[in-house]
Design a protein. Structure first.
Length: 256
């Protein structure tokens, strides 16, 4: 049975270690942007399975892409293939963050050593109990091998534009990025006449678009606002720091 990691675990860790006093001392564990490291296969009829992608000749149908996925509106499904090496030898666990809160369904498939695939599901259509970890963007825990590369496939469906950045986070950096998110959301709340202190507790464990939709603010497009918040969060990284002990905590979280 799949275990869900509640968002309050993350906040308990933040309180215990004091985010405001944390400092960054390690090297080689920066977040890794994955733009330009993926290939695309369009599946308009939604007929393909991950097993189909392993058949002879299918690899050649994937087209190598540049930059981040900016695919616009798509009917059916799209498949992304990524080949990842472990960015830092001493960090086996990383978090793959698809930085869009408006993707309806994302299924990740990661090839195991025996050739089979593990899978995980995220996206805006998933209720909080179905998410592996409560977070506003599709987020996946990856265990990357010390040697060689691992193949990932992402199957994406969405009635919203498919446009997002992909970031591979080391555990400590991922935890501290939440402070940046709160700063952006505070500015957004104040700009829309909301009390930031009472609003911030509502943003965690909920997709950004759903957070905005629930407010029912007149004249506000939840999808456009969520996309703007994502862009702002991507740019606001100057004070993202490591929290001592965060890596050990996140590596101890249950696997799928």
């Amino acid at each position: 049975m799949k275990r869900v990691v509640p968002s309050w675990w993350l906040w308990l860790l933040l309180l215990a270690h004091g985010l405001a006093q944390a400092s960054w001392h390690e090297t080689g564990t920066e977040p890794v942007a994955l733009g330009g490291r993926w290939a695309l296969l369009v599946d308009p009829d939604e007929r393909l399975s991950v097993e189909d992608l392993e058949r002879p000749g299918m690899a050649a149908r994937f087209m190598t892409q540049q930059g981040n996925p900016g695919l616009g509106y798509r009917s059916g499904a799209v498949w992304l293939r990524l080949q990842l090496d472990r960015p830092a030898a001493d960090i086996p666990i990383w978090w793959l963050d698809l930085q869009s809160s408006t993707l309806v369904e994302v299924v990740l498939y990661q090839r195991r050593a025996d050739g089979s695939f593990r899978h995980a599901v995220a996206g805006d259509h998933r209720n909080s109990e179905a998410q592996y970890i409560h977070f506003r963007n599709p987020l996946f825990r990856l265990e990357l091998p010390a040697e060689g590369s691992t193949t990932l496939y992402l199957r994406i469906k969405s009635h919203n534009p498919i446009s997002f950045a992909m970031v591979l986070w080391p555990p400590e950096r991922f935890i501290s990025s939440i402070a940046s998110a709160e700063r952006i959301w505070s500015r957004w709340a104040e700009a829309h006449g909301l009390d930031a202190a009472s609003f911030l507790p509502t943003i965690h464990g909920v997709q950004s678009v759903e957070t905005i939709r629930r407010l029912n603010l007149p004249g506000v497009d939840p999808v456009a606002e969520a996309a703007a918040i994502t862009e702002a969060e991507m740019a606001d990284v100057d004070d993202i720091v490591a929290i001592p002990g965060a890596r050990a905590f996140l590596e101890a979280l249950p696997r799928h």
